[in-house]
Design a protein around this ligand. Structure first.
Ligand code: NAP
Ligand code: ZN
Length: 362
């Protein structure tokens, strides 16, 4: 354990009083290194989480490289957090010490706007507070899950069901909810043909969940290298997008296409794969803009949409769904000193299918 109380620090609630071990990028594009970061005092509504596992999301890589801009450094990434409650604030009602819990991409929001009230906190009109690379409502920078401990409001904490091991549950907090939410919103289920583009961290959970929801699932991957895995995860069909005939062969096939690709997508080509009234939902967050020929959506009354994670209640629903169907993430568990190596493999589309950090090695 590396929570150290700094006895000399004044005991005001907003003042960080502990420093915890973490891995941080000191500046854009610089390899991550071991450091310590402050955590605030446990407030009345907070829980202190002893982090056990943290998933590595491609969003971590975009952000440490400052690919989306406005990065805050040093940056401790990590928004796929699984751990155990170590302490609860005086007014906490939903958790007790020892509970298995998770934290995803947000740790706060305004709580009063229409979206926060509707359980869509990720669309808070004042902006959700990101788990890292953000400034909290107390004015302090937030630091993510590549760390040993986290203090977070109980309302932004979810329960990890007993049926899910903490290591395979961690990636569900971002990769899981990011695919579950659009699958539910666009009603993936029996009789629906769903394609998942990109078999990485997000994509592999999309395949598992779409299959569990009863849809007929196709993977569209750059090559056929991951075909056996795709079929094992629940896909009935698997096609290489690098094969010149794929787009012609599959024209007009799908009700729903979910793109998880981290690079700009050839939107017109993928829109051509939709049925009339079909939807292409993009969850990948590339660093550059993409172009679109509007005739690609005019003909066939097609929808091009985006989706960002999901609300807190829906995240809990997703975890319960995954526990019920036995859907953990496929992971490669790594020590913290392999984080930079793992980043290189994710960038090479060589992750099978989520790196998860054993935070006891930080
Ligand atoms: P990932 O594990 O790297 O998976 C992305 C997959 O996309 C790769 O495995 C690869 O699959 C495919 N791909 C990569 N580069 C490609 C290219 N140039 N052309 C075509 N396909 C390519 O990443 P991830 O963690 O799943 O995240 C994916 C994206 O979603 C990132 O941009 C991330 O920031 C974003 N994201 C968005 C949200 C949201 O709320 N919207 C949440 C989390 C993450 P194949 O090998 O099968 O081709
Ligand atoms: Zn993520």
């Amino acid at each position: 354990m590396s929570v150290t109380a700094a006895a000399t620090t004044p005991a005001t609630p907003a003042t960080p009083i502990t420093r915890v071990a973490a891995y941080a990028a000191p500046a854009p594009g610089v390899p991550l290194e071991r450091t310590t970061v402050p955590r605030r005092r446990v407030g009345p509504h907070d829980v202190l989480i002893d982090i056990k596992y943290a998933g590595i999301c491609h969003s971590d890589i975009h952000q440490v490289r400052d690919g989306w801009g406005e990065g805050i450094y040093p940056m401790v990434p990590g928004h796929e957090i699984a751990g155990v409650v170590a302490e609860v604030g005086a007014d906490v009602t939903r958790f007790t010490v020892g509970d298995r819990v998770g934290v995803g991409c947000m740790v706060d929001s305004c709580r009063v706007c229409e979206h926060c009230r509707n359980g869509q906190e990720q669309h808070c009109v004042q902006g959700m507070t990101g788990t890292y690379n953000a400034v909290g409502r107390d004015g302090e920078p937030t630091y993510g899950g590549y760390s040993t401990h986290l203090v977070v409001d109980e309302n932004y904490t979810v329960r990890i069901p007993e049926g899910l091991a903490l290591d395979v549950a961690a990636p569900l907090l971002c990769a899981g909810i990011t695919l579950y939410s659009p699958l539910r919103h666009w009603k993936a289920g029996p009789g629906k043909k769903v394609a998942v583009v990109g078999l990485g961290g997000l994509g592999h959970m999309g395949v598992k969940m779409a299959h569990a929801l009863g849809a007929e699932v196709t993977v569209l991957s750059q090559t056929l290298r991951k075909e056996a895995d795709g079929r094992r995860l629940g896909a009935t069909h698997f096609h290489a997008t690098g094969d010149g005939t794929t787009f012609e062969k599959l024209a007009g096939t799908f009700d729903l296409i979910l793109s998880t690709v981290s690079a700009p997508l050839a939107l017109d080509a993928y829109l051509g794969l939709l049925k009339v009234d079909g939807a292409l939902v993009n969850v990948g967050a590339p660093e550059e803009p993409v172009s679109l020929n509007l005739f690609s959506v005019i003909g066939g009354r097609k929808t091009l949409a985006g989706s960002m994670i999901g609300g807190i209640a829906e995240t809990q629903e997703m975890l319960d769904f995954c526990a019920e169907h036995g859907l953990g993430s496929e992971i490669e568990l790594i020590d913290a000193d392999h984080i930079n190596e793992a980043y290189a493999r994710v960038l090479a589309s060589d992750v099978r299918y989520r790196f998860v950090i054993d935070t006891s090695t930080i």
